[in-house]
Design a protein around this ligand. Structure first.
Ligand code: LLP
Length: 411
Protein backbone atom coordinates (compact mmCIF):
# COMPACT_ATOMS: atom_id res chain seq x y z
CA UNK A 1 0.00 0.00 0.00
CA UNK A 2 1.49 3.29 -1.00
CA UNK A 3 0.64 6.93 -1.45
CA UNK A 4 -0.68 7.72 -4.92
CA UNK A 5 -2.25 11.13 -5.59
CA UNK A 6 -2.02 12.06 -1.91
CA UNK A 7 -3.89 9.00 -0.62
CA UNK A 8 -3.00 5.44 0.25
CA UNK A 9 -3.95 2.89 -2.39
CA UNK A 10 -3.88 -0.87 -2.76
CA UNK A 11 -3.33 -2.45 -6.21
CA UNK A 12 -5.63 -1.16 -8.99
CA UNK A 13 -6.32 2.03 -7.03
CA UNK A 14 -8.44 0.32 -4.37
CA UNK A 15 -9.05 2.71 -1.46
CA UNK A 16 -8.39 0.97 1.89
CA UNK A 17 -10.53 3.53 3.75
CA UNK A 18 -13.52 2.66 1.54
CA UNK A 19 -13.02 -1.00 2.58
CA UNK A 20 -13.13 0.10 6.24
CA UNK A 21 -16.42 1.93 5.54
CA UNK A 22 -17.87 -1.09 3.79
CA UNK A 23 -16.75 -3.90 6.11
CA UNK A 24 -16.05 -2.16 9.40
CA UNK A 25 -12.86 -2.27 11.46
CA UNK A 26 -10.53 -3.73 12.56
CA UNK A 27 -10.11 -5.35 9.19
CA UNK A 28 -7.57 -7.67 7.60
CA UNK A 29 -7.06 -6.89 3.91
CA UNK A 30 -5.10 -9.11 1.50
CA UNK A 31 -3.91 -7.67 -1.81
CA UNK A 32 -3.93 -10.78 -4.01
CA UNK A 33 -1.79 -9.09 -6.66
CA UNK A 34 1.08 -9.19 -4.19
CA UNK A 35 0.53 -12.91 -3.60
CA UNK A 36 0.55 -13.42 -7.37
CA UNK A 37 3.71 -11.30 -7.76
CA UNK A 38 5.52 -13.28 -5.08
CA UNK A 39 4.44 -16.64 -6.50
CA UNK A 40 5.61 -15.71 -10.00
CA UNK A 41 8.84 -14.29 -8.65
CA UNK A 42 9.72 -17.52 -6.89
CA UNK A 43 8.69 -19.64 -9.85
CA UNK A 44 10.83 -17.59 -12.24
CA UNK A 45 13.86 -17.75 -9.95
CA UNK A 46 14.51 -21.45 -10.61
CA UNK A 47 15.72 -23.16 -13.73
CA UNK A 48 15.12 -26.87 -13.12
CA UNK A 49 13.11 -29.45 -15.11
CA UNK A 50 10.57 -30.04 -12.32
CA UNK A 51 9.63 -27.46 -9.69
CA UNK A 52 6.84 -27.54 -7.15
CA UNK A 53 5.98 -24.62 -4.88
CA UNK A 54 3.71 -25.50 -2.01
CA UNK A 55 2.02 -22.95 0.21
CA UNK A 56 2.68 -23.48 3.95
CA UNK A 57 -0.88 -22.59 4.82
CA UNK A 58 -0.27 -22.19 8.55
CA UNK A 59 0.83 -18.67 7.57
CA UNK A 60 -2.67 -17.74 6.38
CA UNK A 61 -5.27 -20.46 6.56
CA UNK A 62 -8.13 -18.70 4.83
CA UNK A 63 -9.85 -21.08 2.40
CA UNK A 64 -10.21 -18.41 -0.32
CA UNK A 65 -6.56 -17.41 -0.06
CA UNK A 66 -5.58 -21.09 -0.32
CA UNK A 67 -7.87 -21.44 -3.34
CA UNK A 68 -6.23 -18.41 -4.95
CA UNK A 69 -2.78 -19.95 -4.46
CA UNK A 70 -4.07 -23.18 -5.98
CA UNK A 71 -5.24 -21.19 -9.01
CA UNK A 72 -1.71 -19.79 -9.33
CA UNK A 73 -0.35 -23.34 -9.39
CA UNK A 74 0.81 -23.86 -5.81
CA UNK A 75 0.69 -27.17 -3.98
CA UNK A 76 -0.13 -27.26 -0.27
CA UNK A 77 1.81 -27.92 2.94
CA UNK A 78 -0.30 -28.74 6.00
CA UNK A 79 0.62 -29.44 9.60
CA UNK A 80 -2.69 -30.64 11.00
CA UNK A 81 -5.63 -32.69 9.85
CA UNK A 82 -7.73 -29.55 10.15
CA UNK A 83 -5.47 -27.69 7.71
CA UNK A 84 -5.78 -30.68 5.37
CA UNK A 85 -9.58 -30.43 5.49
CA UNK A 86 -9.45 -26.70 4.72
CA UNK A 87 -7.13 -27.52 1.80
CA UNK A 88 -9.61 -30.11 0.50
CA UNK A 89 -12.40 -27.54 0.83
CA UNK A 90 -10.27 -25.15 -1.26
CA UNK A 91 -10.23 -27.78 -4.03
CA UNK A 92 -6.96 -29.64 -3.49
CA UNK A 93 -6.80 -33.36 -4.17
CA UNK A 94 -5.31 -35.31 -1.23
CA UNK A 95 -2.28 -36.31 -3.29
CA UNK A 96 -1.45 -32.63 -3.86
CA UNK A 97 -1.02 -32.12 -0.11
CA UNK A 98 2.08 -32.80 1.97
CA UNK A 99 1.30 -33.30 5.65
CA UNK A 100 4.21 -32.39 7.95
CA UNK A 101 3.09 -33.03 11.52
CA UNK A 102 5.33 -32.64 14.52
CA UNK A 103 4.77 -35.07 17.36
CA UNK A 104 1.04 -35.60 16.72
CA UNK A 105 -0.96 -38.67 17.76
CA UNK A 106 -0.92 -41.81 15.65
CA UNK A 107 -4.72 -41.46 15.42
CA UNK A 108 -4.29 -38.15 13.57
CA UNK A 109 -1.67 -39.65 11.27
CA UNK A 110 -3.97 -42.56 10.45
CA UNK A 111 -6.79 -40.14 9.67
CA UNK A 112 -4.53 -38.17 7.33
CA UNK A 113 -3.34 -41.30 5.57
CA UNK A 114 -6.91 -42.47 5.12
CA UNK A 115 -7.68 -39.16 3.44
CA UNK A 116 -4.76 -39.97 1.14
CA UNK A 117 -2.32 -37.08 1.68
CA UNK A 118 1.44 -37.59 1.54
CA UNK A 119 3.04 -37.93 4.95
CA UNK A 120 6.30 -36.30 6.01
CA UNK A 121 7.61 -38.29 9.00
CA UNK A 122 9.72 -36.39 11.49
CA UNK A 123 10.72 -39.03 14.01
CA UNK A 124 12.13 -42.56 14.08
CA UNK A 125 9.44 -44.09 16.36
CA UNK A 126 6.85 -43.00 13.79
CA UNK A 127 8.78 -44.69 10.97
CA UNK A 128 8.95 -47.86 13.11
CA UNK A 129 5.23 -47.69 13.73
CA UNK A 130 4.48 -47.19 10.04
CA UNK A 131 6.64 -50.21 9.25
CA UNK A 132 4.84 -52.32 11.85
CA UNK A 133 1.50 -51.22 10.38
CA UNK A 134 2.65 -52.42 6.94
CA UNK A 135 2.15 -48.97 5.42
CA UNK A 136 2.82 -48.99 1.68
CA UNK A 137 2.13 -45.30 0.95
CA UNK A 138 5.10 -43.33 -0.38
CA UNK A 139 6.63 -41.36 2.49
CA UNK A 140 8.77 -38.28 2.96
CA UNK A 141 11.28 -38.02 5.81
CA UNK A 142 12.08 -34.73 7.54
CA UNK A 143 15.77 -34.39 8.28
CA UNK A 144 17.32 -31.99 10.77
CA UNK A 145 20.50 -30.81 8.99
CA UNK A 146 21.96 -28.96 12.00
CA UNK A 147 21.97 -25.52 10.44
CA UNK A 148 21.29 -22.55 12.72
CA UNK A 149 19.29 -19.87 10.89
CA UNK A 150 16.14 -17.84 11.40
CA UNK A 151 14.96 -14.34 12.24
CA UNK A 152 14.38 -15.12 15.93
CA UNK A 153 15.50 -18.00 18.14
CA UNK A 154 11.93 -19.27 18.42
CA UNK A 155 11.69 -19.71 14.66
CA UNK A 156 15.14 -21.22 14.06
CA UNK A 157 14.39 -24.91 13.81
CA UNK A 158 17.10 -26.59 11.76
CA UNK A 159 19.60 -27.12 14.58
CA UNK A 160 20.01 -30.17 16.79
CA UNK A 161 18.52 -28.61 19.94
CA UNK A 162 15.26 -28.10 18.03
CA UNK A 163 12.46 -30.68 18.24
CA UNK A 164 12.01 -30.83 14.46
CA UNK A 165 13.17 -33.53 12.08
CA UNK A 166 15.48 -36.50 12.44
CA UNK A 167 19.15 -35.61 13.01
CA UNK A 168 21.15 -36.31 9.88
CA UNK A 169 23.63 -38.23 12.04
CA UNK A 170 20.86 -40.77 12.76
CA UNK A 171 20.49 -41.65 9.10
CA UNK A 172 22.02 -45.13 9.62
CA UNK A 173 19.22 -45.93 12.04
CA UNK A 174 16.64 -44.47 9.62
CA UNK A 175 17.86 -46.67 6.80
CA UNK A 176 17.65 -49.73 9.04
CA UNK A 177 14.07 -48.91 10.08
CA UNK A 178 13.11 -48.27 6.44
CA UNK A 179 14.64 -51.60 5.35
CA UNK A 180 13.01 -53.58 8.14
CA UNK A 181 9.60 -51.98 7.66
CA UNK A 182 9.86 -52.18 3.83
CA UNK A 183 8.91 -48.51 3.70
CA UNK A 184 8.74 -46.66 0.39
CA UNK A 185 10.65 -43.39 0.77
CA UNK A 186 9.79 -41.04 -2.06
CA UNK A 187 11.23 -37.81 -0.66
CA UNK A 188 13.49 -36.13 1.89
CA UNK A 189 12.72 -32.78 3.47
CA UNK A 190 14.31 -30.03 5.52
CA UNK A 191 12.94 -26.78 6.89
CA UNK A 192 15.54 -24.81 8.80
CA UNK A 193 13.61 -21.78 10.02
CA UNK A 194 11.68 -18.67 9.12
CA UNK A 195 12.81 -15.19 8.07
CA UNK A 196 16.24 -16.30 6.80
CA UNK A 197 18.00 -13.85 4.48
CA UNK A 198 21.36 -15.63 4.30
CA UNK A 199 21.41 -17.71 1.12
CA UNK A 200 24.33 -19.72 2.47
CA UNK A 201 22.14 -21.18 5.25
CA UNK A 202 19.73 -22.57 2.64
CA UNK A 203 22.62 -23.93 0.60
CA UNK A 204 24.24 -25.54 3.66
CA UNK A 205 20.99 -27.31 4.51
CA UNK A 206 20.43 -28.32 0.89
CA UNK A 207 23.89 -29.84 0.64
CA UNK A 208 23.28 -32.02 3.69
CA UNK A 209 20.03 -33.25 2.13
CA UNK A 210 21.50 -33.88 -1.32
CA UNK A 211 24.29 -35.90 0.24
CA UNK A 212 21.88 -38.08 2.22
CA UNK A 213 19.64 -38.47 -0.84
CA UNK A 214 22.26 -40.58 -2.62
CA UNK A 215 21.38 -43.44 -0.23
CA UNK A 216 17.66 -43.39 -1.13
CA UNK A 217 17.20 -44.78 -4.65
CA UNK A 218 13.43 -44.23 -5.09
CA UNK A 219 13.11 -40.49 -4.57
CA UNK A 220 10.67 -38.40 -6.60
CA UNK A 221 11.60 -35.10 -5.03
CA UNK A 222 13.65 -33.21 -2.45
CA UNK A 223 11.81 -30.60 -0.38
CA UNK A 224 13.85 -27.72 1.01
CA UNK A 225 11.05 -26.16 3.10
CA UNK A 226 10.27 -22.47 3.40
CA UNK A 227 11.83 -19.67 5.41
CA UNK A 228 12.59 -16.93 2.84
CA UNK A 229 12.78 -13.50 4.41
CA UNK A 230 10.76 -10.55 3.16
CA UNK A 231 11.22 -6.89 4.11
CA UNK A 232 9.31 -5.60 7.13
CA UNK A 233 10.61 -2.05 6.78
CA UNK A 234 12.40 0.11 4.24
CA UNK A 235 15.95 -1.12 3.71
CA UNK A 236 15.30 -4.37 5.60
CA UNK A 237 17.42 -7.38 4.64
CA UNK A 238 15.60 -9.94 2.55
CA UNK A 239 16.47 -13.20 0.82
CA UNK A 240 17.88 -12.51 -2.62
CA UNK A 241 15.55 -14.99 -4.28
CA UNK A 242 16.89 -14.48 -7.79
CA UNK A 243 20.50 -15.23 -6.78
CA UNK A 244 19.39 -18.10 -4.58
CA UNK A 245 17.32 -19.55 -7.44
CA UNK A 246 20.32 -19.46 -9.75
CA UNK A 247 22.77 -21.04 -7.30
CA UNK A 248 20.25 -23.61 -6.06
CA UNK A 249 19.16 -24.63 -9.58
CA UNK A 250 22.77 -25.25 -10.58
CA UNK A 251 23.43 -27.34 -7.49
CA UNK A 252 20.19 -29.26 -7.87
CA UNK A 253 20.73 -30.00 -11.57
CA UNK A 254 24.24 -31.26 -10.74
CA UNK A 255 22.75 -33.42 -8.01
CA UNK A 256 20.19 -34.92 -10.45
CA UNK A 257 22.99 -35.87 -12.84
CA UNK A 258 24.83 -37.61 -10.05
CA UNK A 259 21.62 -39.22 -8.79
CA UNK A 260 20.91 -40.51 -12.28
CA UNK A 261 17.38 -39.11 -12.60
CA UNK A 262 15.66 -35.75 -12.94
CA UNK A 263 13.67 -35.56 -9.73
CA UNK A 264 11.60 -32.59 -8.62
CA UNK A 265 12.68 -29.59 -6.54
CA UNK A 266 10.15 -28.54 -3.88
CA UNK A 267 9.82 -25.51 -1.61
CA UNK A 268 7.03 -24.62 0.81
CA UNK A 269 7.06 -20.94 1.79
CA UNK A 270 4.46 -19.20 3.87
CA UNK A 271 5.77 -15.69 4.56
CA UNK A 272 7.26 -15.18 1.12
CA UNK A 273 3.88 -15.66 -0.55
CA UNK A 274 1.57 -13.77 1.79
CA UNK A 275 3.37 -11.57 4.35
CA UNK A 276 3.53 -8.38 2.27
CA UNK A 277 0.04 -8.90 0.83
CA UNK A 278 -1.66 -8.33 4.19
CA UNK A 279 -2.62 -5.21 6.15
CA UNK A 280 -4.42 -4.94 9.45
CA UNK A 281 -6.49 -1.74 9.40
CA UNK A 282 -7.24 -0.42 12.88
CA UNK A 283 -8.91 2.79 14.03
CA UNK A 284 -7.40 5.01 16.71
CA UNK A 285 -9.57 4.98 19.84
CA UNK A 286 -7.60 7.44 21.89
CA UNK A 287 -4.59 9.74 21.70
CA UNK A 288 -3.21 9.69 25.22
CA UNK A 289 -0.38 11.88 26.41
CA UNK A 290 1.64 10.97 29.47
CA UNK A 291 4.53 13.10 30.78
CA UNK A 292 6.94 11.05 28.63
CA UNK A 293 4.99 9.39 25.80
CA UNK A 294 2.19 9.87 23.35
CA UNK A 295 0.16 6.69 23.01
CA UNK A 296 -2.11 5.87 20.12
CA UNK A 297 -4.58 3.39 21.59
CA UNK A 298 -6.10 1.38 18.75
CA UNK A 299 -9.19 -0.79 18.50
CA UNK A 300 -7.13 -3.98 18.25
CA UNK A 301 -4.21 -5.58 20.03
CA UNK A 302 -2.23 -8.72 20.65
CA UNK A 303 -5.41 -10.77 20.18
CA UNK A 304 -5.35 -9.83 16.47
CA UNK A 305 -1.64 -9.49 15.81
CA UNK A 306 0.70 -11.07 18.32
CA UNK A 307 4.02 -11.05 16.43
CA UNK A 308 5.35 -7.81 18.00
CA UNK A 309 4.72 -9.17 21.51
CA UNK A 310 5.69 -12.79 20.83
CA UNK A 311 8.89 -12.22 18.84
CA UNK A 312 9.40 -8.48 19.24
CA UNK A 313 8.77 -8.41 15.50
CA UNK A 314 8.71 -5.05 13.74
CA UNK A 315 5.63 -4.18 11.68
CA UNK A 316 5.53 -0.88 9.81
CA UNK A 317 2.58 1.32 10.81
CA UNK A 318 1.14 4.27 8.84
CA UNK A 319 -1.77 6.63 9.45
CA UNK A 320 -3.65 6.18 6.18
CA UNK A 321 -6.23 8.83 7.13
CA UNK A 322 -3.54 11.54 7.08
CA UNK A 323 -1.08 10.49 4.36
CA UNK A 324 0.86 13.73 4.17
CA UNK A 325 0.61 14.93 7.77
CA UNK A 326 3.55 15.97 9.95
CA UNK A 327 5.34 13.04 11.52
CA UNK A 328 5.00 12.68 15.30
CA UNK A 329 6.56 10.11 17.63
CA UNK A 330 3.97 7.65 18.98
CA UNK A 331 3.72 4.39 20.85
CA UNK A 332 0.98 2.41 19.15
CA UNK A 333 -0.68 0.21 21.75
CA UNK A 334 -3.56 -2.26 21.79
CA UNK A 335 -6.64 -2.42 24.01
CA UNK A 336 -5.79 -5.73 25.70
CA UNK A 337 -5.28 -5.82 29.46
CA UNK A 338 -1.60 -6.62 29.08
CA UNK A 339 1.28 -4.70 27.60
CA UNK A 340 0.60 -5.00 23.90
CA UNK A 341 2.79 -2.54 22.06
CA UNK A 342 2.22 -2.84 18.33
CA UNK A 343 4.95 -0.33 17.58
CA UNK A 344 7.18 1.70 19.92
CA UNK A 345 8.65 5.13 19.19
CA UNK A 346 7.26 5.30 15.67
CA UNK A 347 7.25 8.42 13.53
CA UNK A 348 3.70 8.42 12.16
CA UNK A 349 1.59 11.15 10.51
CA UNK A 350 -0.22 13.09 13.18
CA UNK A 351 -3.26 11.11 14.32
CA UNK A 352 -6.59 11.84 15.95
CA UNK A 353 -9.36 9.62 17.25
CA UNK A 354 -11.08 7.85 14.36
CA UNK A 355 -8.07 7.87 12.03
CA UNK A 356 -7.20 4.48 10.55
CA UNK A 357 -3.74 3.01 10.96
CA UNK A 358 -2.46 0.35 8.58
CA UNK A 359 -0.20 -2.30 10.07
CA UNK A 360 1.94 -3.76 7.27
CA UNK A 361 3.15 -7.32 6.61
CA UNK A 362 0.00 -8.64 8.22
CA UNK A 363 -0.49 -11.47 5.73
CA UNK A 364 1.64 -14.17 7.37
CA UNK A 365 1.16 -15.49 10.90
CA UNK A 366 -1.14 -12.67 11.91
CA UNK A 367 -4.77 -13.74 11.48
CA UNK A 368 -3.66 -17.38 11.77
CA UNK A 369 -2.13 -16.67 15.20
CA UNK A 370 -5.00 -14.50 16.42
CA UNK A 371 -7.19 -15.43 19.36
CA UNK A 372 -10.13 -14.35 21.51
CA UNK A 373 -8.23 -13.10 24.55
CA UNK A 374 -10.29 -10.65 26.60
CA UNK A 375 -13.31 -12.21 24.82
CA UNK A 376 -12.90 -9.97 21.82
CA UNK A 377 -14.02 -10.84 18.32
CA UNK A 378 -11.56 -11.64 15.59
CA UNK A 379 -11.75 -9.24 12.61
CA UNK A 380 -13.20 -9.85 9.16
CA UNK A 381 -10.86 -10.65 6.27
CA UNK A 382 -11.17 -9.15 2.79
CA UNK A 383 -9.26 -10.11 -0.35
CA UNK A 384 -8.75 -7.61 -3.16
CA UNK A 385 -8.02 -8.56 -6.78
CA UNK A 386 -8.44 -6.73 -10.09
CA UNK A 387 -10.10 -3.79 -8.36
CA UNK A 388 -12.76 -6.02 -6.73
CA UNK A 389 -13.06 -6.71 -3.01
CA UNK A 390 -14.26 -10.01 -1.58
CA UNK A 391 -15.26 -10.75 2.00
CA UNK A 392 -13.37 -13.98 2.75
CA UNK A 393 -14.14 -14.24 6.46
CA UNK A 394 -16.86 -12.63 8.49
CA UNK A 395 -16.20 -10.74 11.67
CA UNK A 396 -16.93 -12.88 14.73
CA UNK A 397 -20.03 -12.29 16.79
CA UNK A 398 -21.17 -13.02 20.33
CA UNK A 399 -22.65 -16.33 19.07
CA UNK A 400 -19.19 -17.43 17.95
CA UNK A 401 -17.77 -16.74 21.40
CA UNK A 402 -20.55 -18.67 23.13
CA UNK A 403 -20.92 -21.51 20.57
CA UNK A 404 -18.63 -24.04 22.27
CA UNK A 405 -19.42 -23.07 25.85
CA UNK A 406 -22.03 -24.79 27.94
CA UNK A 407 -23.70 -23.25 30.94
CA UNK A 408 -23.90 -25.53 33.95
CA UNK A 409 -24.91 -24.90 37.47
CA UNK A 410 -22.59 -26.85 39.70
CA UNK A 411 -24.28 -28.19 42.82
N1 LLP B 1 7.61 -25.66 6.22
C1 LLP B 1 7.61 -26.03 7.51
C2 LLP B 1 7.81 -27.41 7.87
C3 LLP B 1 7.39 -25.05 8.50
O1 LLP B 1 7.39 -25.40 9.78
C4 LLP B 1 7.19 -23.70 8.14
C5 LLP B 1 6.98 -22.67 9.14
C6 LLP B 1 7.20 -23.37 6.76
C7 LLP B 1 7.43 -24.38 5.84
C8 LLP B 1 6.98 -21.96 6.26
O2 LLP B 1 7.94 -21.07 6.75
P1 LLP B 1 7.95 -19.55 6.18
O3 LLP B 1 8.23 -19.62 4.71
O4 LLP B 1 6.60 -18.99 6.44
O5 LLP B 1 9.01 -18.85 6.93
N2 LLP B 1 5.04 -17.75 13.47
C9 LLP B 1 6.35 -17.39 13.02
C10 LLP B 1 6.84 -18.28 11.91
C11 LLP B 1 6.81 -19.74 12.28
C12 LLP B 1 7.05 -20.63 11.13
C13 LLP B 1 6.70 -22.03 11.46
N3 LLP B 1 6.98 -22.93 10.38
C14 LLP B 1 6.37 -15.91 12.63
O6 LLP B 1 5.34 -15.26 12.77
O7 LLP B 1 7.41 -15.38 12.22
Amino acid sequence: MQIVNKRYELSNGVDPLALCEKYGTPLYVYDAHIIERQFNRLQNAFDVPHLSLNFACKALTNVSVIKFLKQLGAGLDCVSVQEIKIGLAAGYQPEEILYTPSGVSIAEIEEAMEIGVHLNADNIPLLEQLGAMGVKNPLCIRINPDVMAGAYEKISVGHLASKFGIAYSQIGQVKEVVRKGRLHIEALHIHIGSGIYDIQAFIDGAEVLMKLAMDFPDLNYLNFGGGFKVAYKAGDKQTDIETFGKVMSEKFNQFCKKYGREISLHFEPGKFFVSEAGYLLVPVNVVKESPTQVFLGVNSGQNHLIRPMFYEAYHRIENISNPLGDRVKYNVVGYICETDDLGKNRMISQAKTGDVLAIYNAGAYCYSMSNNYNSRFRPAEVMVYNGQDYLVRKRETMEDLMRTQTMVEVK
